[in-house]
Design a protein around this ligand. Structure first.
Ligand code: HEC
Ligand code: HEC
Length: 389
């Protein structure tokens, strides 16, 4: 009897350990497979040749204009406003000079602070008399690569853009001619204008050109992402690597956030316009008056994005995780009526078909976030210009 049960126990023990072995080797096999997959992915993405990367998952809508992500190209300066270091210095000085504002207190740099990723880290900005605006200040980093400026693209060049905040009642609130007149009266500016433009005449046009020239030099230096795709295969963690892959495949971010600037420079509706709600923003419609453009915003570039919280045109989201979770749910526009009546016209917010339920796991969400963080470069220390007297 005892002998019998002992042999049963022995058999049972053997069976269990056999099963355990099988399971272990299955788990081991899976781990090996995963490692081989990651090793392969790492090799392809850090090969230095993006044509070897896995194919991106694109919607037919984005395919015709698609440009692969990669390094930022060189900045092009317009023919009628070529670069010179003297013009850059003048532009930088003006950018930091509060005397362009009515109160003599607010400079461009008040809302585009180099220590805050060239933004202001606020939900929406405040300007003249501490009035609040309605939109989040965009970084001016890499603005040279934006085909149009502002969340709704209402300025078509940096030259045109630069006069707008000076005149905006809620920002610097100064008439541009008065601003130019004030600068012309400052003796110390004469030499700067002369070096930049050949003579000391101050005009609003020259102010714009100088500021725009300076802004074109505010460009990201190479990030961890740039080093990785150039062949430094060891700089990425597995999570960052998987995040890059998800960005181009399952999560389909690359439909809109593409090219070296990480934006297709188009206007898209991702379901953030709050039409019919408090805080509604018509977005691109306000510029074009085309009904389809209601609720569309310019696709922002994602370089340096970890430095430019809060996010979206209205600064509603405080963290990258929140933004990615929102995308994962397909940007459902929960409580919105999604339509509004504006100047007698009913406008609907029609979300892009490229925004859909992604059902990302928590792990995938954190991998995407880890990848986005590799798009930031080291913050450069800026030597503040001396303001002329
Ligand atoms: C009071 C805060 C404030 C001041 C001052 C200010 N800006 Fe801005 N800036 C903003 C906000 C807010 C936006 C986004 C506005 C929008 O999209 O409607 C913006 C957008 C921009 C953009 C667009 C970037 C892009 O990618 O499209 C540029 C360029 C810019 N500002 C440059 C300047 C310059 C140059 C000055 C000084 C002449 C200036 N700003 C002064 C708050 C400010
Ligand atoms: C259909 C085009 C489209 C797709 C697809 C898309 N985005 Fe966006 N993204 C936008 C637009 C447009 C905005 C600006 C929306 C706003 O301001 O209300 C934006 C804003 C963002 C922002 C905030 C940036 C800032 O400076 O405020 C982040 C971060 C972002 N997207 C990441 C992603 C990620 C990650 C994915 C993939 C999961 C993704 N996007 C997919 C178009 C898109």
């Amino acid at each position: 009897m005892v002998k019998n049960s002992l042999s049963w126990i022995l058999i049972l023990f053997l069976l269990v350990s056999l099963l355990n072995n099988c399971l272990n080797s299955k788990v081991q096999k899976e781990i090996n497979q995963k490692n081989t997959f990651l090793d392969n992915l790492r090799k392809l993405y850090s090969s230095g040749d993006s044509s070897q990367w896995p194919k991106p998952v694109l919607d037919p809508e984005s395919a015709p204009t698609f440009v692969e992500i990669g390094h930022l190209p060189d900045v092009e300066f317009p023919k009628d406003n070529p670069y010179s270091s003297e013009k850059e210095l003048l532009g930088k000085t003006l950018f930091f000079d509060p005397r362009l504002s009515k109160s003599n207190q607010i400079a461009c740099a008040s809302c585009h602070d180099p220590e805050l990723g060239w933004g202001d880290s606020r939900t929406v900005s405040f300007g003249h008399d501490r009035q609040l605006g309605t939109r989040n200040a965009m970084t001016i980093l890499n603005a040279a690569f934006a085909k149009s400026l502002f969340w709704d693209g209402r300025a078509t060049s940096l030259e045109e853009q630069s006069q707008m905040p000076i005149q905006d009642q809620r920002e610097m609130s100064e008439h541009i001619d008065i601003a130019a007149g004030k600068i012309a009266k400052i003796k110390g500016y004469e030499i700067l204008f002369e070096k930049a433009f050949g003579d000391k005449t101050v005009t609003k046009d020259r102010i714009s050109k100088a500021i725009a020239t300076f802004e074109r030099t505010v460009k990201s230096s190479p990030s961890k992402f740039d080093a990785f795709i150039d062949g430094k295969s060891e700089v990425y963690t597995n999570d960052e690597l998987m995040g890059l892959h998800l960005f181009r495949t399952k999560a389909q971010c690359i439909n809109c956030h593409n090219s070296g600037y990480f934006s297709n420079n188009r206007f898209e509706n991702v379901g953030t316009s709050l039409l019919g709600e408090k805080g509604e923003d018509l977005g691109r419609y306000a510029v074009t008056k085309v009904a389809d453009d209601a609720g569309k915003f310019r696709v922002p570039g994602l370089r340096e994005v970890s430095k430019t919280a809060p996010y979206l045109h209205n600064g509603y989201m405080t963290s990258l995780k929140e933004v990615i979770e929102f995308y994962s749910k397909g940007n459902p526009e929960y409580s919105q009526k999604r339509s509004t009546i504006y100047e007698g016209i009913t406008l609907h917010s029609q979300k892009s078909g490229m925004v859909r339920m992604l059902e990302l796991s928590d792990e995938e969400i954190s991998q995407l976030e880890a990848f986005l963080r590799t798009l930031s470069s080291k913050t450069k220390k800026i030597d503040l210009p001396e303001l002329p007297k």
